[in-house]
Design a protein around this ligand. Structure first.
Ligand SMILES: CC(C)(COP(=O)(O)OP(=O)(O)OC[C@H]1O[C@@H](n2cnc3c(N)ncnc32)[C@H](O)[C@@H]1OP(=O)(O)O)[C@@H](O)C(=O)NCCC(=O)NCCS
Length: 159
């Protein structure tokens, strides 16, 4: 099956984007307590707040794919200034990427990342970073298949 079309999300998509964003959180929760998320109503409001802010942020872009009106995939990319001393003055991060289980391995993740990379290229940003949990084998395989390589190890310890 060919992947559904991808478009830039806008304010009217806030609810469906929030749903996908929370689904990504659910997916990551079993990896480590560091990724655990609340499930109460306040959690929904907090998530919705995050998405509303991102949708209004000129330094962020959200890409959405829908199949028969139902949201199936989301990619969020953000740009940030580097410290003035850095040669690479701006940085971009793909902070969130999620494809519904039923839509995986059809090229949709790749298409979403292509859109995000296009947005980054338009801004002349020379580098895109992603953070992927060590315990996420499909995410690890996906990013490496797209040419992403290791840069830093993020170490973590419970206090
Ligand atoms: C990771 C994820 C976004 C990949 O999306 P996708 O639409 O299935 O990926 P694509 O079909 O575009 O795959 C592109 C390539 O990545 C690699 N890849 C993707 N999923 C893989 C898997 N489960 N195992 C091994 N390689 C994989 C393959 O090389 C694939 O090319 P191929 O299908 O021609 O072999 C999707 O599995 C997902 O949403 N997972 C849950 C959320 C998540 O982990 N997000 C990433 C957080 S950093």
């Amino acid at each position: 099956m060919s992947p559904p079309p991808v478009r830039r999300a806008g304010p009217r998509d806030a609810e469906r984007v929030t749903r996908l964003w929370l689904a990504l959180g659910e997916h990551q929760a079993p990896f480590d307590p560091a990724f655990a998320q609340r499930r109460d109503e306040a959690a929904w409001d907090a998530a919705r707040g995050v998405i509303d802010r991102l949708l209004a942020d000129p330094d962020a872009a959200l890409f959405l794919a829908e199949r028969e009106g139902a949201p199936v995939a989301l990619c969020i990319v953000r740009a940030a200034r580097a410290p003035a001393v850095a040669v690479e003055r701006e940085r971009a991060e793909i902070s969130d990427l999620f494809v519904e289980a039923s839509a995986r391995r059809q090229g949709l993740g790749r298409v979403l990342v292509d859109h995000a990379m296009g947005w980054v290229r338009e801004r002349d940003i020379p580098r895109v970073t992603v953070r992927v949990a060590n315990a996420n084998p499909e995410g690890q395989a996906f990013w490496r298949a797209l040419g992403f390589g290791e840069l830093v190890d993020v170490l973590s310890r419970r206090v």
